[in-house]
Ligand binder design. Structure first.
Ligand code: NIG
Ligand code: FE
Length: 411
């Protein structure tokens, strides 16, 4: 029995770059990997042998599977009531200081059972997958105690076992100060570093570690303690940095070779230079910028000047970005941040793969890469960014298998 499949009648954008689209291309997949791709006319004779599975994509445009490299997908409840308060004039920071914000989601997440968390996150995950997501990072951070952080991470792992999607988990125990540690942030960081992180790492539940470094969360010194512990445990580092003010966390993250620094509205040139040197990806989150009605734009021109890779992600979470559409984020990144089609597409493919820690095998289509790709019913890559609320995703293939099939009836 052959394990080969040949995909034809497609336009191929192997790196999601508009200038590198191959008209009338073919892809050959063996098990979960790409073994050949190129112009159909150059397809080696061997792949015409009988017994090979063939798929006609009817002229669809094929890109790498999309990577959502920053999400808080698992949580209890929602924050629609706080949204209404913000509409009436309260700010995100005010609500957080009054015990709402992240802490209100912590209460709901502690109360929810593992199955309830799984069921609600699954719906959000399936929405993302229907729009071409084949890999996703999922953070903890709404437990803030060992038991609930474990519950969230177990749910994240289970999502990756039950759905055809690659899940990487990030431990965000240092997301906010839990009420039981009021006025004792250093004691809570002790718990994060000495108990939670090593236990959860030993259970195989953590791929990376993140922290929210901000006035309403943790300071630079506490951030460094978390980075140090992550480093001794051999875990990758990420950081919520410079979202509401300039704290210097992106530069610090770069010193620790963080995979990414995320948000970055208040990032300065010093942080940008440090990120460039370390190869730290700038993850921009237009959904949070939009939903909080921020006016401080991330420093796009400086990121470009220093050639720092930029990724785009949903930040899917109940407080600042209640969205399950990565395509909408492409549209927002281009309209709100004035990024080009090429930049935003790189942001959910090759640059997202770098922030995700999987740049060798995902985020691009090449021989040896994972066969994770999406067939879109569009003519050009610009259409992926242009439409909003009009999903043109026809087929999602993940590790060589059809993961989502929404092809319109062929006449
Ligand atoms: O990425 N910035 C901190 N964390 C989340 C928001 C979490 C929340 O408000 O529930 C973010 O925006
Ligand atoms: Fe976030």
């Amino acid at each position: 029995m052959t394990t080969l499949s040949v995909w034809t009648n497609l336009q191929l954008a192997p790196t999601a770059e508009p200038e590198h689209v191959i008209a009338d291309a073919a892809i050959v997949v063996e098990r979960d990997r790409i073994v050949w791709l190129g112009t159909k006319s150059a397809l080696p004779e061997a792949y015409s042998a009988p017994g090979i599975t063939r798929h006609d994509l009817h002229g669809a445009l094929v890109t790498p599977g999309l990577i959502d490299c920053h999400t808080h997908l698992v949580y209890g409840g929602n924050r629609a009531e706080e949204f209404a308060m913000r509409l009436a004039g309260a700010s995100y920071e005010e609500i957080a200081r009054q015990g709402g914000g992240i802490i209100s989601t912590v209460r709901a997440t502690r109360e929810a059972s593992e199955d309830e968390l799984y069921a609600s996150a699954l719906r959000r995950l399936d929405n993302l997958r229907r729009e071409g997501v084949t890999a996703i990072e999922i953070k903890s951070g709404y437990g803030l105690d060992l038991e609930t952080e474990r519950k969230m991470l177990r749910v994240a792992r289970r999502l990756g076992e039950t759905r055809p999607v690659t899940v990487r988990t990030t431990f965000l125990g240092a997301h906010a100060l839990p009420p039981e540690y009021k006025d004792r942030p250093d004691d809570y960081i002790d718990l994060v570093c000495n108990t939670m992180m090593p236990s959860l790492a030993a259970e195989g539940l953590i791929d990376a570690v993140d922290i929210f470094c901000e006035r309403i969360a943790f300071n630079l010194e506490q951030t460094e303690r978390v980075f140090n512990r992550a480093r001794t445990l051999g875990l990758s580092i990420k950081v919520h940095a410079e979202q509401l003010s300039l704290m210097g966390a992106a530069a610090l993250g770069a010193q620790y070779h963080a995979l990414s620094a995320d948000h970055l509205e208040y990032l300065d040139e010093n942080g940008i230079k440090a990120m460039k040197l370390a190869g730290t990806v700038a993850v921009l989150l237009p959904g949070a910028y939009y939903f909080l009605r921020e006016t401080q734009l991330p420093p796009i021109a400086l990121l470009r000047k220093h050639d720092v890779p930029i990724a785009i992600s949903t930040d899917s979470n109940p407080g600042t970005s209640p969205t399950t559409s990565l395509l909408l984020m492409l549209n927002m990144a281009s309209t709100l941040f004035k990024m080009s089609v090429a930049e935003v597409l790189a942001g959910v493919t090759r640059h997202a793969a770098q922030a995700f820690g999987h740049a060798e095998v995902t985020g691009k289509l090449s021989v040896g890469a994972k066969a994770d790709f999406v067939a879109w019913e569009v003519k050009t890559l610009s259409e992926l960014v242009y439409w909003s609320g009009y999903d043109r995703c026809a087929l999602v293939v993940r590790h060589g298998e059809i993961a989502v099939d929404q092809r319109e009836e062929q006449q």
